[in-house]
Design a protein around this ligand. Sequence first.
Ligand SMILES: Nc1ncnc2c1ncn2CCOCCNC(=O)c1cc(-c2ccc(F)cc2)cc(O)c1O
Ligand SMILES: [Mg+2]
Length: 214
Amino acid sequence: TGLSRPQRILKAVQKNATKGNPESVIAAIDHYCRHSEWAMNVGDEKGLILDSVVTEVNPSTALELGTYCGYSTVRIARLLSPGTKLITLEFNPDYAAIARQIIAYAGLQDKVILVEGPSGDLIPKMKQQHGIKSFDFVFLDHWKDRYVPDTKLLEECGLLRKGSVLLADNVICPGTPEYLKYVRNDPRYESRYFKSNLEYTKVEDGLEKSVFLG
Ligand SMILES: Nc1ncnc2c1ncn2CCOCCNC(=O)c1cc(-c2ccc(F)cc2)cc(O)c1O
Ligand SMILES: [Mg+2]
């Protein structure tokens, strides 16, 4: 049945972007997904909010849950200071294989550690496998019903510290009502909603930024 959607996205990057230029990789994916076929990247509109939060936090350690094709991985990694790492977790090996190629095309492979597997199994291994004490920044963009259990897991594993920032995609569409209740009602979190639109559409969506108060 031909190429998969992620394979078609990779082809669009190889055709239209410049090797080693993350901005051109981001632009190529956005152009393809806006004009050829929709895909579940965080996109250009929510991407600007992601950029501003990453720039504000300037994390030394960052975690992304849900890599897909690596679009937000490239957006985050391109903003990291030298010597800092982004760990991104992807469940689907086919997505992971495409993401590795897109991250490498952007020239960001030295800033990114892509780990394949379910977040619930991998999060408890972060300290011993990657020498992580805690995460300064976490981008949640995986299965929407994993946002709450994985946030609790990050807390229980001591991977959040006072001031750690969680940024969650899709809190309106597809929606993560349980997660919004959790971070908005728990006094240990200071939460704020950034209204935007679902990638490449006029449908409302947004990002929830939550600071862990310890
Ligand atoms: N390491 C891991 N551990 C556990 N699970 C993992 C994992 N890695 C991946 N997964 C699971 C799947 O990840 C993809 C999750 N993302 C989405 O489903 C998503 C869907 C839409 C969407 C779709 C259809 C509409 F009509 C409207 C909106 C938009 C988005 O922006 C989305 O992000
Ligand atoms: Mg998303």
